[in-house]
Ligand binder design. Structure first.
Ligand code: NAP
Length: 214
């Protein structure tokens, strides 16, 4: 698959390396190519471009920018470049304020997630929430004593979720489909829970697992 990744941060770089590892063609997008110069030198197989160039390149677009600027980044990517495409949304709506007792604050409410806002504005794109509830070092083929962890996903388009299930399988995760876009109201706050041990005790090496009775 051709994968266009919007973002130059840790998540963008980790997922880009994962897609390259699993044989996909990757382009990474930024407003400032200099930010990716060192990374690009280490990953000569990846292309670097603007948000618009990378969105146009991707059959699949990964959204990996700061949550507060997600709409802005998608507007820069361009509605036409996103039309009909699967947008794998790894963002979290973290507010720029100090956490309280290790609990992050969000700029969204429990009645409307960030992904629903994005899906509403970019109605032609097919958003799937994924990779928002784990730290970037564990995103690709995590080796944990309890076996493959669970990635909670949601989105309105069944075919798009099926594609994301396949990616999660390659990346060493079990997918748990929580339903339509509204489920992002529950999946995005998993990031708050995931971060608490980190913010309180500097423990960041964990992931969620859903256990089911057979
Ligand atoms: N860090 C983690 O382990 C982790 C884990 C799960 C989910 N997440 C979520 O994944 C997303 C990415 O996290 P991150 O830590 O990799 O990076 P980040 O620091 O949250 O975001 C960096 C990205 O945001 C873009 N950005 C900043 N201001 C912008 C603006 N005004 N307009 C357009 N783009 C702008 C930057 O673009 P330029 O390249 O153009 O500067 C850069 O690509 C976040 O939503 C985060 O909550 C993070």
């Amino acid at each position: 698959m051709r994968v266009g990744i919007l973002g130059s941060g840790d998540v963008a770089k980790s997922l880009a390396a994962g897609f390259i590892k699993h044989g996909h063609a990757v382009a990474v997008g930024t407003r400032d190519r200099a930010k990716l110069a060192g990374w690009a030198a280490q990953h000569p197989e990846a292309q670097v471009g603007s948000f618009a160039e990378v969105a146009q390149f991707g059959e699949l677009v990964v959204l990996a920018v700061k949550g507060a600027v997600a709409l802005e980044a998608l507007r820069a990517a361009g509605t036409a470049n996103l039309a009909g495409k699967l947008v794998l949304d790894a963002t979290n709506p973290i507010a720029d304020v100090t956490p309280e007792g290790g609990v992050l604050k969000f700029f969204t409410t429990l009645d409307e997630s960030l992904m629903e806002r994005l899906q509403r504005e970019f109605a032609g794109a097919r958003f799937v929430k994924a990779f928002n509830s784990v730290g970037h070092p564990l995103m690709v083929n995590p080796q944990l004593p309890g076996g493959p962890p669970t990635m909670f996903i949601c989105g309105n388009d069944e075919a798009a979720k099926q594609t994301v299930r396949g990616i999660l399988d390659q990346f060493g995760w079990e997918a748990a489909d929580m339903g339509k876009a509204e489920a992002a109201r529950a999946i995005e706050p998993l990031c708050m829970l995931w971060c608490i041990p980190g913010l309180l005790h500097n423990e960041w090496a964990h992931a969620f697992k859903l256990l089911r009775q057979q």
